[in-house]
Design a protein around this ligand. Structure first.
Ligand SMILES: [Zn+2]
Length: 336
């Protein structure tokens, strides 16, 4: 017998009865912007050598979410969002949504893009051009790889002892938090130091490369409903940099993408993206560098008439197949 929880049953009844429209977080006059990083294949075993935390739904769940989103919201393109921000008073009080992907993973092309194309859903992919050029994964994936592969019981780094037997996950998260919070100059060689301490070589370039989209794939999606935005040049967390370093990340990534794509790059997603991961200076520099909008993360929903163009809020998309999870009905705190 199929067992479902009361919560699941309630959500199905709400979903099917249309009551969803009354209760969903996607209220009229609101813009909900979903952030995805990676999509899983169906039947995926979970044996990824890199960071598991960035995986979202399976492709079939993602498709269900997109179908639900299309039925229940007006899904905007980047151009439409910028128009809404510019002239909110001219926009009907609809329920709006936007679909975004960060980091340029290969599965965005293999698994998400076909779904987006089939359902004609516009999206934004935020990529780091230097990492795509050098076929290099971000620091969070390299940290996860080195810790997972290490045969050591513990290591010493920055004067701290980090356990690698039972505590692999917490040690991984600690190193990742250093990358997000310590001055960038202090963590510039953290991956190399971890490689030496853990006794594991940095993964070969071909292993890293196959996790990332190629430039041909980026070009293809950009001609088929996906807008490419900047995610900085190298994915350093902006609040850990001085103003000069931040300006370099924002300016170089914009210029490199524009050279590749032959069109203006108008938006950026701040790496990590929580409010402590960028500053008021970041927002000013983004404007000075010619961006028209910038996205934060884990920052909630947006009211149509009260959007800060340089702190456009986003939420993490769920990996649940149940679209109810997407709209804060079961997790009401998501819109806080
Ligand atoms: Zn990112």
């Amino acid at each position: 017998m199929l067992r479902i929880s009361k919560k699941e049953l309630l959500s199905r009844i709400l979903y099917q009865s249309g009551l969803l429209r009354l209760t969903a977080g996607l209220g009229n006059g609101g813009i909900t912007i979903l952030t995805y990083h990676r999509i899983r294949e169906g039947g995926y075993s979970g044996a990824c050598p890199f960071d598991e935390d960035v995986f979202g739904p399976t492709q079939s769940c993602f498709e269900q979410q997109m179908k639900w989103l299309k039925r229940n919201a007006t899904v905007l393109s980047e151009t439409e969002l910028l128009e809404v921000i510019d002239k909110p008073e001219t926009c009907p009080q609809h329920r709006y949504a936007l679909v975004t992907f960060d980091d340029g993973y290969r599965d965005n092309y293999d698994l998400a893009y076909p779904v987006l194309k089939t359902h004609a859903i516009p999206a934004l992919f935020f990529v780091c051009p230097r990492l795509l050029d050098e076929r290099r994964l971000g620091w969070w994936d390299l940290i996860a790889y080195l810790i997972k592969q290490s045969p050591k019981q513990e290591i010493e780094l920055r004067g701290e002892t980090l356990g690698l037997s039972e505590q692999k996950i917490s040690s991984m998260r600690k190193l990742q938090s250093w990358m997000k919070t310590l001055p960038a100059a202090e963590t510039a060689n953290l991956v190399e130091a971890l490689s030496a301490a853990s006794g594991v070589a940095v993964p070969p370039r071909d292993l890293q490369s196959k996790e990332l989209m190629t430039w041909d794939q980026v070009m293809e999606v950009s001609h088929n409903g996906v807008t490419i935005g900047s995610h900085t040049h190298t994915h350093r967390v902006l609040a850990t940099l001085d103003e000069e370093g931040q300006r370099w990340e924002l300016r170089e990534s914009k210029a490199a993408l524009e050279r590749r794509l032959g069109r203006e790059v108008r938006t950026i997603a701040y790496p990590a993206g929580r409010h402590g991961n960028f500053t008021l200076a970041t927002m000013r520099i983004a404007r000075e560098c010619g961006y028209l909008g910038a996205f934060s993360f884990h920052s909630g929903g947006n009211r149509l008439r009260a959007i800060n163009a340089f702190d456009i809020h986003r939420i993490a998309a769920t990996d649940s197949c149940n679209p109810m999870f997407m709209c804060g009905v079961i997790r009401p705190g998501i819109f806080a």
